[in-house]
Structure formats: C-alpha cells, structure tokens
Design a protein around this ligand. Sequence first.
Ligand SMILES: C=C(O[C@@H]1C=C(C(=O)O)C=C[C@H]1O)C(=O)O
Ligand SMILES: [Mg+2]
Length: 466
Amino acid sequence: MVTIQETELKERGLLAVSRAKELGRPILISEVHKMDTINPLSFFNIGKERFLGERFFWKDPTDEIMLIGLGISKQIQSDQVTDRFFHVEEEWQKFLLESLIFNPYPENGLGPVMFGGFSFDPNKMKTDLWSKYSDSLFHIPKYLLSIIKGQTYLTTNIVCTPHDNQDLFIKVTEERKRLFNSLDQSYQLRTVNLLETKEVSPEKWKKTVEDVVQDLKSGPLKKVVLARELRLVFDAPFEAETALFNLFNQQHESFIFVFESNGDAFLGASPERLVKKQGNDVFSTCLAGSIPRGNTEEEDKILGEQLLNDQKNLIEHGFVVEMIKEALEETCDQVILPDKPQLMKIRDIQHLYTPVIGKCQKDASILLLVERLHPTPALGGLPKKEAVEKIRELEELDRGFYAAPLGWVDYRGNGEFAVSIRSGLIQGNEASLFAGCGVVADSNSESEYLETGLKFKPMQRALGGK
Ligand SMILES: C=C(O[C@@H]1C=C(C(=O)O)C=C[C@H]1O)C(=O)O
Ligand SMILES: [Mg+2]
C-alpha cells in the first residue's frame, strides 16, 4: 500500500508558486516520501503509457542503488563541444538554486537527481543513428523511484511558474495516484522475433586494426580502442521493457541502464565504473584486458591465470591504471590502488581489474572528475588526445553515447557514472549494438575481432539472439 499525504504537496506547492512569483521565474519543488517495497521493473513498466520515451533505469552491480525515472521535469541538453561538463554543472546548479526540497532522509540518490550522460566524442560528425541524443543530455524526472540499500523512496519533482496555481498540484497528485493504482496490474512482455543480424564491415574493421597496429609500433601512440557495430532487425518494435527485464535477470552483476530519448532507447549492462563520488570519497575502476570464460571450472581457472600473466593484456591494462591514477591525483589528496590487477569474471568474459579509491578536494564536483577521466585508455587510448583523434579519423562507427559516461548526480553532489559499454541503441524494429577492444602494438586483428564478439553477447542474448 502506498500512502502519500496529499495536502502536504498542495501546501508546499503554493509556497513554491509564491516564490516563483517573487523571483519572476520557474522554481523546482521536490518532495521525498518513503514507500513500501515496489518492484523496480514494474515501476519502469507502468510508465509506458504516459511516459514512453521519457524514462530511465539504473542499477549498480551490488544493488545498493536503483533509480527509475518517469517523465521529464527538466532537460539539460546541449551540443556544445568546449567545456561541456562544466556547462552541464552550471545549468544543474542554476536549476537547483532557490528550489524547495522536502527530503528528511540522508541517503544518496533522493530528491532532485539528474540522470544522463555525454557522447563519446562531441567532435565526431553526428549521423542519423544518434539524432535523438545531444552530446550532453540529462533528465531530471517528474517521478523518481529510488531503492537505496533495500529501502524504497519516491521523489516527486514539479517545476512551477509564476502563473501556476493550485490546479497544478491537484493534477500532479491525481497523476501520481493513477500511476500507483496501475502498479498492481500484471504486465505482459511482448515477444518479438529476431529476423537478421548484420555485422557492419568486419573485414574492413580488421584491416583498420592492422593499420593501427602499424602506427602503434612506430609511436608515439601507445593504445587505441577500436569499436564495431552489429545491426539487428526484428519483426516488430523491440520494447525497452523486454530488453531491461532480460538484462536485469541475465547480467545482474553489472550496471544495468536504460536511457530513453524521443522514442529511442539506449541500454546495456556495463561492468565498468567510471567514477563514484560519495562525500569526498572517490571510487574508480581500471578495467582492460580480456579472455573468455571456461566451459568448466577448471578451464575457467586456467584461462584466468593465463590472463593474469599475459604480457599483451597486462600492457593494455597498465595504460589504463597509469592514466586513471594520474587523473585522480590532480583532484584527490590520496589515491590508493593495489599494485597488481585481479580478475573480474562476468557471464561471458573475464577482465583484468584494478579498483582505485581516493579522497577528493572539497570543490571537486563529480562532473569535474568525469571530465578528467573521460575517455580513459579503456575506451579511448593513450595518449588521450591523439587516440581520440585517431578514432575520429579511422572508425567508421558513430559511437554516440557508447563507451561514454552515463549516470546520475543528486542535489548534494553525490553520484556515479559507468562507462556505457556492452550496450546498444534500440530504434523501433532495429537495434545497433556496439563493442570495442584495446589495440596495442602486440595486437592481432583476428583475436581482437573474437574479443569484440564476446562483448556483443550480453546484448545479443537480451535481445533474443544467441
Ligand atoms: C571497449 C569495450 O570494453 C573495454 C575494453 C576491454 C579490452 O579491450 O580488454 C576490456 C574492458 C573494457 O574496458 C567494450 O566492451 O566495448
Ligand atoms: Mg582487450
């Protein structure tokens, strides 16, 4: 049962309207309520009728934080190239200024939260594929369900203008009631059949890997991450709810995300954190170097040992550690990391993994950390600028939001960004999946091709393929 004191919102709303009148501009009012348990997938699904194309879903690997947003109370959007992280930060702070926030709880991820991310490279020519996503795109939802360490909260965000009156709050309370009434209805996932899987120019991709290897041998480039695309065709529109349900059940140990924009849905199951900020504590992840899972426990262990001792993969991984450590040292007083990588095993692949923690300086916002880190050599290469230029020049793919920072920030400045890999973009009857790999001087195009094949698997499985 969900009980929300409705007179409260109306009273608080009128306060917000009078503030909006005083200031002569729109004002955000945000209120948080603790709720009984609600299934996160059901909450995403009930948004389908009213909020299709305006939803997001987020879950971290440990289930500590799940965030599900419905509707858009404010959009921060821009194709600006220079200072794009700073620009978003500035708009976010402006939006929060003078807002009325009723949140008695200390947990992260409650109250006003923006969710979204950035394109991989705003200087790359945009194709039609990503026309629904600006280079910076964040949504502050109307309704946010936050499940934090097993406790459920609902945030209602309303932007009221000087011209609003009580009607606005009556409308919102009615909408909210309808939404929760429909929670009890059972939801049928639609079955859709995969008709075709097209690999986009695999031979040409391998040739590019070989060309880059030649470049890497002569320096100064050390590593370049090259990605490719699979295009899937279905017999009917593939719904985000179905893909999410599958990812949630099949890849539970990863970050699960869905970010809808204007009818398209970008989603995936990424094992890679870019950065998490909690107060002054900063957490990042170096993830690079890959090998398949074994068919038996024994074989799996042997493969893991092989990866831990493989020169090519250790070098590929080492570049990421070197850069993340340096980037964090610019904003943190302490940066701590183990001197050797360990294994991260997920359903289809195992990786070399080095966790990094730090204590950042007071004025470092999470978006500043994102700016310093993106793209790490796990997604771009080393040196950063030259590698991104190489990708811009040689890669046939429009990466859009793939391999870029995607995540959330709350009004207290806490938040988390994953690197949006193992992902795809659903557009009606079709979907594009993306996978890349770290090319170093020792790379072999055929094995890099096979490695990207493994990285497509989670999304292929979620979309009804193998
Ligand atoms: C680029 C991707 O993955 C990255 C590349 C890896 C590698 O080359 O070994 C490993 C993990 C990720 O940092 C991807 O999945 O698309
Ligand atoms: Mg690799």
